[in-house]
Structures are given as structure tokens and as C-alpha cells.
Design a binder for this molecule. Structure first.
Ligand SMILES: C[S@@+](CC[C@H](N)C(=O)[O-])C[C@H]1O[C@@H](n2cnc3c(N)ncnc32)[C@H](O)[C@@H]1O
Length: 220
């Protein structure tokens, strides 16, 4: 058995033993051990959250005084008093409204995104689609994330990744790249812990830019 297969099997077994819905749970555990961005009482929005491993980790980390909203087109098979699952596409028109209602009008302290498309097998297409989903998570952060909040995003390495990294750097004060041990080395995914959300950098700019062209886009 190859090393990456052994690693996949190890985390699959650990997930089963510890009652996590997915082995992805360990990626978030390992990232949070390093950066400590999930804290007691925090409100967390998890985009692309099925089957629910990250929701379980976040729910435990924020405790009874915190709250976790998971969004996916598939059912999040995790229930709990501090969890709300929303069965919706991240591009859905009513999504912001539904998430803010679940958070009782308050914005989140942390936005997580493990969004990934169903893999077509054509790498350029898959990487492009994943980059678009991640940019969508950033756009949603404009409506859902509080000023100075943090983000934790998955991004596939490829032709579009520099463009997305530039957007992370524009929208956050500091950006840290990591490859959690639970992420297989053969996978092209990397994770980005981004701290210090700067509201207004993305969406208002973008809508203005559409009206008056890129020259009017203010630099951060
Ligand atoms: C890698 S999985 C997430 C695993 C999850 N973090 C966990 O711990 O169980 C990626 C998820 O992104 C979701 N997804 C992909 N495109 C989506 C979209 N447009 N809207 C909502 N969810 C989407 C998929 O349905 C899939 O469940």
C-alpha cells in the first residue's frame, strides 16, 4: 500500500472510531490546533459542509454559547442544539437571508469553506470550478463575516490559484497557507487561514467596477 493510501485509511479509521462524519474533520482539527481560530462562543458559517465533519468539529469548539451554520446542496447529517443545516446552493439567491436568520441577524466570527465540485476528471475544469466556488465563499463573506473576522478556505492548486490567493490577500490583513497532515500529499488541495477581514474590499468594489470600469477600483 502506498503512503497516501495508508494515510487516507488511517484518517478514515480515526473518523469512524471518533464518530466524525468525514475524515475531513481532521484537517480542520489540525488547522485549528495551529491557529486557534475556533473559540468558545463564536458564530461559524461552514460553506460546503456535507456530510458534516467540520460542523461537528466547529460545534464542539464553539460550545453551547456559540453557533454553527452549515450550508450544502447535500444534507448535513449532523444535528445539535448549536447547529443549523441549510440545504441550499451557495449561489442561491436567498442564502444570505437564510444564514443571517439562523445567526439571528448577527454576522459570523469565522467563515469556513471546504467547497469542492463533483470531480469531472478534466483537471482544468475541476480546478476552475473549485476556484469559482472559493471566490463565491469570499463574496458571501462580505455579507456574512464581521469586520476583523477570519476565514479558512480550501483551494485547489492550479492555473487559477494565484488569482484567488491575490483576492485573499486583498480581503484579509494576513494570509497563512497550510497543508494539514490529514490532507493527502497526492491531493492538490491547500488550505488558507486568513485573519482580519476587511469589509467592503470585495462586493462594493465589484459592483462599482461593473458600473464604471476597473480604473475606479480603489486599492486596499
Ligand atoms: C469536500 S466536501 C466537504 C466536506 C466537509 N467539510 C466535511 O467535513 O464533511 C465538499 C462539499 O461541497 C459541496 N458543494 C459543492 N458545490 C456546492 C454548491 N454550489 N453549493 C453548496 N455546496 C456545494 C458538496 O456538496 C460537498 O458536500
Amino acid at each position: 500500500m502506498r503512503l497516501h493510501e495508508a494515510k487516507r485509511d488511517l484518517y478514515r479509521r480515526l473518523a469512524k472510531e471518533q464518530g466524525y462524519r468525514s475524515r475531513a474533520a481532521f484537517k480542520l482539527i489540525q488547522a485549528n490546533e495551529r491557529f486557534r481560530f475556533l473559540r468558545k462562543g463564536f458564530r461559524v458559517v461552514d460553506l460546503g459542509s456535507a456530510p458534516g465533519g467540520w460542523v461537528q468539529v466547529a460545534s464542539h469548539a464553539v460550545g453551547d454559547s456559540g453557533f454553527v451554520v452549515g450550508v450544502d446542496i447535500h444534507d448535513i447529517r449532523v444535528r445539535g442544539p448549536n447547529i443549523k443545516g441549510i440545504l441550499m446552493d451557495v449561489n442561491g439567491e436567498k442564502l444570505v437571508e437564510a444564514v443571517l436568520a439562523a445567526l439571528r441577524g448577527a454576522k459570523a466570527d469565522v467563515v469556513l469553506s471546504d467547497l469542492a465540485p463533483s470531480v469531472s476528471g478534466v483537471w482544468e475544469l475541476d480546478q476552475g470550478a473549485q476556484a469559482d466556488l472559493t471566490l463565491r465563499a469570499l463574496d458571501l463573506s462580505e455579507s456574512l463575516l464581521r469586520a476583523d473576522g477570519s476565514g479558512f478556505f480550501k483551494l485547489f492548486e492550479g492555473e487559477r490559484s494565484q488569482e484567488v490567493r491575490d483576492e485573499f490577500r486583498r480581503a484579509f490583513r494576513a494570509v497563512h497557507t497550510l497543508k494539514p497532515a490529514a490532507s493527502r500529499s497526492v491531493s492538490s488541495e491547500l488550505y488558507y487561514y486568513c485573519e482580519g477581514w476587511k469589509p467592503g474590499v470585495r462586493a462594493p468594489d465589484d459592483s462599482e467596477a461593473k458600473l464604471s470600469g476597473p480604473a475606479s477600483r480603489p486599492r486596499p
